[in-house]
Design a protein around this ligand. Structure first.
Ligand code: BGC
Length: 481
C-alpha cells in the first residue's frame, strides 16, 4: 500500500556530463564531419523552437473549431476543478502503456490518497490481435485483482471504475466515446470507430464481474486531475512515456465546436498532441525518423510523438548508429547481430548512457558489450554513441518544451503561478528531461517563467486521476462532470 503516490516533487538531477564534440579524438575527418552533420540535423535552435510553438498554437485553434483536425483537441467532458476534499474508494484500470495496471484508490479527503496496484504485462500478440480478446484480458485482470486484494462486493452493488484508455478517443460523454486510431504499437482489429467502454463493460458483464465503467479517461486528463488534487493551480497534465500527449483547462467560450452544456465555464481538453504536424510542415524530420516511421505499425501518424516518446527514441538512435556503422565510421564498420534487429536499442539504455559520467564510459561499454554483444569497443566508439544518444534525447525534450510553451502561451498561464503535472517513464527516468524543458520555456518566455511555472512529477496520475474522474462522474450522473 502506498500512501503518497502523486506527491509533486522536483526531480533530483542525475549527475550529468555531456560529451564535448571538440574533445573527441576522431579517427578521421570523415568521422568528425559526420558527427558535425548529426549535431546540425538534431539541434533545435531557439528560433526553430519558437516557430514550432507558433505552428502548434495555430493547430490548437483549428482543433478547437472543428473535429477531424490534426490536433484533435478532444472535449473530455471533465469540467470544473478539484480541491483535494474529495473522498471515496474507486477502481482504476490503466491501459495504454507497456503494462496494464489495476489500481484501487482510496481518497480520504485533505489531499490524502492511498493506493494498491497490480501490473500485468500485455502480450504483444494481444495488442495486434482480436479486440474482444484484448478487452477480455482486461476484464480478467480486474477480476484477478479483486480476488488478490479480497475486495468483496455485497448484494447488487457494483464497483465504480475509472477506465484510463490512453488512445485518441472522441468522447461523447464522460463514459462513452469512439476510438479514432490506435497508437503506441497497439492495433487490435475492428476497434476503430467503436466504443472501448462498451467492449469493456460487455467483458465484465459476460463474466458477472460486478464492476461498472463510470468514466473513460485519457491518461493526460487523469494526470491533470491527480496533480490538481494536491496543487489546485494545476493548468496542464502531460505524459512523456511510451507515448506523449497533453491536456489542459480551456474556457468553454473558446471551444467553438462544443455543442453541449454552455453553463459550465471550463473544460479539460485532451489535445492528442502526439499527432502534431501530420503535414510534415515544420518538424525537422531526419532520414532516421522517416525510416523508423515507415517501419512502425502506424506509418505517417503520430509524427511528433515519434520524435519525443520512449517507444521510439531508441529506434531512432539505432538508425543513426547503423548509418555510421554502414559508413565504417563506428565500431570499425562491424555490427552486432543484436543491434541489427529492429527495436533492440531500448530507450532505457539511453537513460543509462546519458547518466554515464565515468571517464571511460563504463556504463555505456556495459550496454554495448554485455547487453548488445559488441566485441571490444573503443573510447571513441563509446563517445560517439553517447553523443548520438544526447542529441536524440535533447531534441525530444526541446520538442516537448515547444508543445508545453504553446499551451502556456495560448492560455496565458505562463504569466501567473501555474503548476504542470507530468507523468511517464521518460520524464521520470531520463536524465534532465525536466531541465531541458525548463530551459526551452525560458527561451520562449524569458527568465521570469522559472518563478511562475512549476513542473512536478505526477506519479501515478493515470490511476488516481481515473478514480477522481469516476468520483466526479458518480456525483454528477448527467454525464458531464
Ligand atoms: C495517445 C494518447 C496518450 C499518449 C500518452 C498517445 O499515443 O494517443 O491518447 O495520452 O499516447 O500515453
Amino acid at each position: 500500500m502506498s500512501s503518497t503516490p502523486i506527491a509533486s516533487k522536483i526531480i533530483p538531477k542525475a549527475s550529468r556530463v555531456k560529451i564535448d564534440p571538440a574533445q573527441i579524438e576522431y579517427t578521421s575527418d570523415k568521422q568528425k564531419n559526420a558527427v558535425q552533420a548529426l549535431i546540425d540535423e538534431f539541434t533545435i535552435s531557439p528560433e526553430l523552437l519558437k516557430d514550432i510553438k507558433n505552428n502548434f498554437m495555430e493547430g490548437m485553434q483549428k482543433g478547437l473549431k472543428k473535429d477531424g483536425e490534426t490536433l484533435a483537441m478532444i472535449t473530455s467532458y471533465v469540467m470544473g476543478r478539484l480541491d483535494g476534499s474529495e473522498v471515496g474508494s474507486y477502481l482504476a484500470l490503466d491501459v495504454g502503456g507497456t503494462n496494464l495496471r489495476v489500481v484501487s484508490v482510496h481518497l480520504t479527503g485533505g489531499g490524502e490518497i492511498s493506493t494498491r496496484q497490480t501490473k500485468y504485462r500485455i502480450d504483444e500478440k494481444l495488442k495486434v490481435g482480436d479486440a474482444k480478446a484484448l478487452f477480455d484480458f482486461m476484464a480478467v485482470c480486474v477480476d484477478n485483482f479483486l480476488d488478490e486484494h479480497q475486495i468483496v462486493v455485497r448484494g447488487d452493488t457494483q464497483i465504480e471504475l475509472g477506465f484510463t484508455f490512453s488512445f485518441p478517443v472522441l468522447q461523447t460523454s464522460i463514459n462513452r466515446g469512439t476510438l479514432i486510431s490506435w497508437t503506441k504499437g497497439f492495433n487490435a482489429a475492428g476497434m476503430v470507430g467503436k466504443d472501448p467502454v462498451a467492449y469493456l463493460q460487455d467483458a465484465f458483464n459476460r463474466r458477472h464481474i460486478p464492476v461498472r465503467v463510470a468514466a473513460l479517461v485519457n491518461d493526460t486528463v487523469g494526470t491533470l486531475l491527480a496533480h490538481a488534487y494536491h496543487h489546485p493551480d494545476t493548468v496542464m497534465g502531460v505524459i512523456l512515456g511510451t507515448g506523449c500527449n497533453g491536456a489542459y483547462i480551456e474556457q468553454i467560450s473558446n471551444i467553438e465546436k462544443w455543442k453541449g452544456d454552455a453553463a459550465a465555464k471550463e473544460m479539460v481538453i485532451n489535445m492528442e498532441f502526439g499527432a502534431f504536424d501530420k503535414e510534415r510542415a515544420i518538424l525537422p524530420l531526419t532520414m532516421f525518423d522517416n525510416k523508423m516511421d515507415r517501419k512502425s505499425v502506424n506509418p505517417n501518424k503520430q509524427i511528433l510523438e515519434k520524435m519525443i516518446a520512449g517507444m521510439y527514441l531508441g529506434e531512432i538512435t539505432r538508425n543513426v548508429l547503423l548509418n555510421l556503422i554502414d559508413r565504417r565510421l563506428l565500431f570499425e564498420g562491424h555490427i552486432s547481430p543484436d543491434l541489427n534487429q529492429m527495436w533492440t536499442f531500448e530507450t532505457a539504455y539511453m537513460s543509462t548512457i546519458e547518466a554515464d559520467a565515468s571517464p571511460t564510459l563504463h556504463a555505456t561499454r556495459k550496454i554495448l558489450e554485455s547487453t548488445l554483444s559488441f566485441p571490444a569497443t573503443s573510447l571513441n566508439d563509446r563517445q560517439i554513441v553517447k553523443l548520438v544518444v544526447e542529441l536524440v534525447g535533447k531534441r525530444a525534450a526541446r520538442l516537448s518544451a515547444a508543445a508545453v510553451a504553446g499551451i502556456l502561451e495560448h492560455t496565458g498561464a505562463w504569466k501567473q503561478k501555474s503548476a504542470i503535472g507530468i507523468d511517464g517513464s521518460l520524464f521520470e527516468y531520463y536524465p534532465s528531461f525536466d531541465t531541458d524543458i525548463m530551459d526551452g520555456l525560458e527561451e520562449v518566455f524569458g527568465a521570469a517563467v522559472r518563478k511562475n511555472i512549476s513542473i512536478g512529477l505526477a506519479q501515478d496520475g493515470s490511476g488516481v486521476g481515473a478514480a477522481l474522474c469516476a468520483l466526479l462522474a458518480a456525483k454528477h450522473s448527467n454525464g458531464v462532470v
